[in-house]
Ligand binder design. Structure first.
Ligand SMILES: Cc1cc2nc3c(=O)[nH]c(=O)nc-3n(C[C@H](O)[C@H](O)[C@H](O)COP(=O)(O)OP(=O)(O)OC[C@H]3O[C@@H](n4cnc5c(N)ncnc54)[C@H](O)[C@@H]3O)c2cc1C
Ligand code: FES
Length: 424
């Protein structure tokens, strides 16, 4: 039977559609292969660069090569919900150029333009993966609502903006990775990573880096959360331990619910303390990294000191201003613990404040005196509060993660050594 003109036309259209679909499929397979190849070559070059261990010099070079000036635009490429109120944000540079490597444990600083805020809001978030991607960073953020039962107190500004407003493709301003809390890859002794709640993020970066580089270094990751609902990336953590005999993961739930199964979801009920650490760790001769809520952090630092861990082997990061009387270490710079009041003059605003307690920073005194200083992280990490010193000198409560420009101080971490005149 001879086909009609209409039948021939329909056949041609169908063939064209099939041809286009086939081309599309091939293109997408080629693209997928390229993505996989890119990721594998990024991983290979990272392994090549790091080997089993990074030398101190290589670490310093990587840190230096990190810098881009000021803020760079990134877009949200992907969002992944990890646990109750905790979401990972995958960021890619808007200019399409590669991103520099960072050291596992470092963080990004964001400048957020938030509707209703008179100034951009500056917040820091730790990089939560190994530095293996050439075009992507990941941060994992907990949404901080107002404390329960508190009326009239607003929700956390930065974290809620990320969760509620930053959908895929939205653009944010980001500073280059920074901070001096990172894994020392030159040490071969066992490394103990102790995380509480969202403090898991820098530890994930460290543990993932050890796994990706196939380092044989003994790792103990202790992770404390309330229960299963707040347990971030449970399958990933299980895989880390299963696939890497040198990596041990210990999960502690403070308040397991009925759905939480011991042995399946978690290993220990309760908090991380000296008894648990002493029972599992080979000795005190390990490097300890801590990040978690300040009370937990202070308690564990005290336990480690009592157990005899050397001071130089205990490193920690605080995600915000530490509160309360007991600081984790004496102020950096000298050992003076004077509480003799010291006058701070804020020259431009013509105001004067009095510093009278080791628990107060220059920023606290400024705010009490009604001087509006810029601030962001309040943890010595973002550099926003750098203020010029016209006269006098300061010391620091803890070593800041960022160096202030010469002649300035980071008011969120600084304590006056003597009478101070600031350009504020
Ligand atoms: C180096 C570094 C790394 C960090 N990494 C991470 C990370 O990986 N993931 C992460 O989730 N966070 C991380 N943080 C913490 C993060 O930077 C923010 O501090 C956190 O998200 C809270 O910021 P926010 O703007 O949401 O809350 P803020 O607006 O700063 O408020 C904080 C809390 O105070 C409450 N509050 C507001 N006003 C008042 C008031 N008047 N009285 C009493 N309470 C009030 C809010 O409800 C909220 O609960 C990191 C911090 C640092 C310094
Ligand atoms: S507010 Fe971030 S360094 Fe002081």
């Amino acid at each position: 039977m001879i086909p009609t003109v209409a039948e021939i036309a329909a056949l041609l259209v169908a063939t064209g559609v099939l041809f286009q679909a086939g081309r599309g499929l091939l293109a997408s397979l080629r693209h997928r292969k390229m993505v996989v190849r890119d990721e594998m070559s990024a991983l290979a070059s990272f392994r090549e660069a790091t080997g089993d261990l990074l030398t101190q010099a290589q670490s310093a070079n990587i840190a230096e090569a990190n810098s881009w000036g000021g803020f760079r635009k990134f877009y949200i490429h992907r969002r992944v919900d990890e646990a109750d109120g905790i979401t990972s944000f995958y960021l890619r540079p808007y200019d399409g150029k590669p991103v520099p490597r960072y050291l596992p444990g470092q963080h990004l600083t964001f400048r957020l333009q938030i509707p209703g805020q008179s100034k951009p809001v500056i917040r820091c978030y730790s990089l939560s993966d190994a530095p293996i991607h050439e075009n992507q960073y990941r941060v994992s953020i907990k949404r901080l609502g107002a404390p329960p039962g508190s009326e009239g107190i607003p929700d956390g500004v930065g974290s809620c903006f990320f969760h509620d407003m930053l959908e895929v493709d939205r653009i944010v301003d980001v500073k280059a990775p920074g901070g001096n809390f990172y894994l020392d890859m030159t040490d071969r002794r066992p490394v103990v990573l102790i995380a509480g709640g969202i403090g898991l993020t820098p530890m994930l970066s460290m543990a993932n880096t050890i796994a990706y580089t196939k380092s044989k270094r003994e790792v103990w990751l202790f992770y404390a959360v309330m229960n299963k609902q707040q347990h971030v990336m449970p399958s990933h953590l299980k895989r880390l331990a299963r696939d890497h005999p040198n990596i041990n993961v210990v999960i502690c739930y403070a308040e397991p619910t009925r759905e939480c199964v011991k042995g399946r979801d978690f290993h220990y009920r309760g908090r991380i303390n000296r008894r648990l650490l002493e029972g599992l760790l080979p000795s005190t001769d390990c490097q300890f990294y801590l990040c978690g809520p300040p009370p937990m952090q202070d308690a564990i630092i005290g336990d480690l000191r009592d157990w005899g861990v050397a001071e130089k082997d205990i490193k920690w990061e605080s995600f915000g201003k530490r509160k309360g009387k007991k600081r984790a270490s004496p102020a950096v710079g000298d050992n003076v613990r004077t509480v003799e009041p010291i006058e701070i003059v804020f020259a431009r605003s013509g105001k004067v404040g009095k510093w009278s307690s080791e628990e107060e920073t220059v920023l606290d005194v400024a705010e009490a005196a009604g001087v509006a200083l810029d601030s962001g992280c309040r943890a010595g990490q973002c550099g926003t509060c750098a203020t010029a010193i016209k006269q006098g000198a300061v010391r620091y409560l803890e070593e800041p993660g960022t160096q202030p420009p010469p002649g300035t101080c980071l008011t969120c971490m600084a304590i006056p050594k003597e009478g101070l005149v600031l350009d504020a």
